[in-house]
Design a protein around this ligand. Structure first.
Ligand code: HXC
Length: 257
């Protein structure tokens, strides 16, 4: 497929999607979002892909939804759902996604990073939900995912003041998985993705779906889901192989990657 606002590439079992609207700091236009969701869901369906890296440029992961495009929209346009429903399918993927964030991750950019499973930040990364400065609020999940990630009080500080948070504060607050020097970001993300892609797919998918449940169910319900998923993995060849390999002091040779 020929994309205009993203670049896709694969290296081994890892796919990378690079947001590519440098003239607008990767602002998330409708076209960019549609291409990103299409590319990501296609990689999700590809059995040869075991992890997806989503990244931007050195200066910006993404500076948010496209403000110039939203300027003309009114209540009924948003209510009709064109803008906010565009991520359908992206959040339900069972291929792990890794956001590799350098520079600005603001508004929808921060929310896109939070839709991913892992966030690796360059030391230059700046996260924020500045929508309050535009007379609106986050619209791609920020009011829900940010407090779950960093707690109510940090989240309210970010969302009500619109201030930015650097990589160090973001890591300390639990918003990012790891911080690396900016020059090593792509390589670090690729390496993490390769590690994940080398695991047995049934266990990766079970891990992801139970992690997703942790964000939206009660502890009792989540524990029930975990018990069921854990038991189900004992019906896989890869469980036998993984445990046998350990007992035989060798690397596991998983069949379902
Ligand atoms: C459209 C954007 C943009 C955006 C930057 N640009 N962010 N265009 N939408 N979100 C454009 C600028 O207009 C400019 O274009 C070019 O990118 C470079 O940006 P500058 O502002 O000149 O760069 P700089 O001075 O370095 O400032 C960087 C910045 C600033 C601090 C990131 O651009 C900024 O504040 N951007 C907006 C951040 C924001 O409010 N995001 C939240 C959006 S609302 P020209 O043509 O002038 O060179 C949102 C809601 C999500 O995300 C939910 C929706 C349902």
């Amino acid at each position: 497929t020929q994309y205009t606002a993203i670049i896709t590439e694969t290296q081994g079992r890892v796919a990378t999607i690079t947001l590519n609207r440098p003239e607008a700091l990767n602002a998330l236009s409708n076209t960019l979002i549609a291409e990103l969701v299409e590319a990501a869901t296609a990689f999700d369906a590809d059995p040869n892909i075991g992890a997806i890296v989503i990244t931007g440029s050195e200066r910006a992961f993404a500076a948010g939804a496209d403000i110039k495009a939203m300027l003309e929209l009114e209540y009924s346009d948003i209510l009709a759902g064109g803008l906010t429903s565009t991520w359908n399918g992206f959040e339900q993927m069972l291929t792990p996604t890794i956001a590799a964030v350098s520079g600005f991750a603001l508004g929808g950019g921060c929310e896109l990073a939070m839709m991913c499973d892992i966030i690796i930040a360059a030391d230059s990364a700046k996260f924020g939900q500045p929508e309050i400065n535009l007379g609106v609020i986050p619209g791609f999940g920020g009011t829900q995912r940010l407090p779950r990630a960093i707690g109510k009080y940090k989240a309210a500080d970010m969302i009500l003041t619109g201030r930015m948070m650097g990589a160090e504060e973001a890591e300390r607050s639990g918003l990012v998985s790891r911080v690396v020097p900016a020059a090593e970001l792509r390589e670090a993300a690729q390496q993490v993705a390769e590690v994940i892609a080398s695991k047995s797919r049934p266990s990766v998918q079970a891990a992801l779906s139970t992690l997703q449940a942790a964000e939206e169910t009660s502890l009792a319900e989540g524990l029930r889901l975990e018990r069921t998923a854990f038991a189900a993995l004992f019906a896989t060849e890869d469980q036998t192989e993984g445990m046998r390999a350990f007992a035989e002091k060798r690397e596991a040779n998983f069949k379902h990657r």
